[in-house]
Design a protein around this ligand. Structure first.
Ligand code: 8OZ
Length: 358
């Protein structure tokens, strides 16, 4: 029998009942203060049959915020809120890691302490508009971080990782994808720094590697994953040599012995056409467990696992609309269709009221 989505697998120290991962999904439904609330507990608990849940992207500090109603992972109240989530998922036999997030330039002063400017590797304004509490507003030109400010950001990741352990998570995923802070350092369209964090790919990867090392030192490599998106143009991102850049990043992540590498294998969120990229070649460079993501269906996911491309596959939209996606795939049952008008913010409707099989 070849491996498929229903074969158990262990990623670092995290033992999964199956290889169906719930992808990180921004839903904008946290309570005041970035505190997870009752409907968030229900939402994750309903999806606990996934082999692994990756939480929605979660800011590691007040300056890491970039959208309304995000949960955080840096205050006592946030930790207590998340503890209810992890307890509920564990009681159902599931596993859950939290995605650690700093948005960098994808923010707006109205979302930041003292109306601060968003921070970024370089002072380059993204095209497009920020989601704020006042609606869509043009992005502003961010402030370029001083070299001397970077150690404090690394420490924010460490603080958030300890908070995640206190909150009962099985691990953390470092969000280095989709045009947020760490990805802004990796790709040369957003990184025009002159210091040791810009220029060569070795320099552009430095912040991600320092964050990864610090988080690994804090909680152990077997509880840490990293997410990359080499060619996702969302958030006005580009790199002049994506294959070269991300083949390098993949290879320098090998020595950490991480729980997994999670890769968005193309463009998502309607950010435009993704450049060509050989994900098979990148995957072959990686020595550890590989999590694939990008509009996979059951057949393509099973094929990717059977042929050794992926160890597990993350599904996003299907898990929004189908809390029992694992059971539906097992039975070849029809899937509920997701309502995109309720993806970002709102009530319990479109969040915890999708039906399970009878
Ligand atoms: C969609 C809307 C807001 C945030 C990502 C965290 O792309 C996100 C995100 C996606 O990683």
């Amino acid at each position: 029998m070849s491996l498929d989505l229903f074969s158990p697998v262990t990623l670092g120290s995290v033992a999964l009942n199956n290889r169906m991962v719930m992808a990180p999904l921004t839903r904008n439904r946290a309570a005041e203060g970035g505190v997870p609330q009752a409907m968030n507990v229900t939402y994750y608990e309903q999806r606990a049959s996934a082999g692994l849940i990756i939480t929605e992207a979660t800011p590691i500090s007040p300056m890491a915020h970039g959208y309304p109603a995000l949960p955080g992972i840096y205050t006592e109240a946030q930790i207590a809120g998340w503890r209810k989530v992890t307890d509920a998922v564990h009681a159902k036999g599931g596993k859950i890691v939290i995605q650690l997030w700093h948005v960098g330039r994808i923010s707006h002063p109205s979302l930041l302490p003292n109306a601060a400017l968003p921070v970024a590797p370089s002072a380059i304004k993204p095209k497009g508009q920020a989601f704020t509490y006042q609606g869509l507003v043009d992005y502003v030109t961010p402030r370029a971080l001083e070299t001397s400010e970077l150690p404090a950001i690394v420490q924010d990741y460490v603080h958030a990782s300890h908070a995640a352990m206190t909150a009962g998570f099985d691990g953390v995923e470092i969000h280095a994808a989709n045009g947020y802070l760490l990805d802004q350092f990796l790709r040369d369209g957003t990184n025009q720094r002159q210091d040791q964090y810009g220029g060569s790919v070795e320099n552009r990867a430095r912040l991600l590697l320092e964050v990864t090392q610090a988080v690994v030192d804090a909680i152990g490599a077997d509880k840490v994953g990293v997410r990359l998106s080499p060619v996702n143009p969302f958030n006005d991102m580009r790199d002049s040599q994506p294959q070269y850049t991300f083949d390098y990043v993949t290879q320098v992540l090998n020595p950490f012995g991480l729980a997994y590498l999670h890769v968005v294998e193309g463009g998502i969120h309607g950010g435009g056409e993704a450049e060509p990229f050989d994900f098979g070649a990148m995957r072959k460079l990686y020595k550890g467990a590989y999590m694939a993501n990008l509009s996979y269906d059951k057949a393509r996911a099973n094929a990717a696992i059977a042929n050794g491309h992926a160890d597990c596959v993350a599904f996003g939209v299907p898990f929004i609309a189908n809390p029992d996606l694992v059971e539906r795939f097992a039975q070849n049952a029809p899937l509920n269709v997701a309502d995109s008008s309720t993806f970002y913010g709102g009530s319990e409707h479109g969040y915890i009221d999708y039906p399970t099989l009878a």
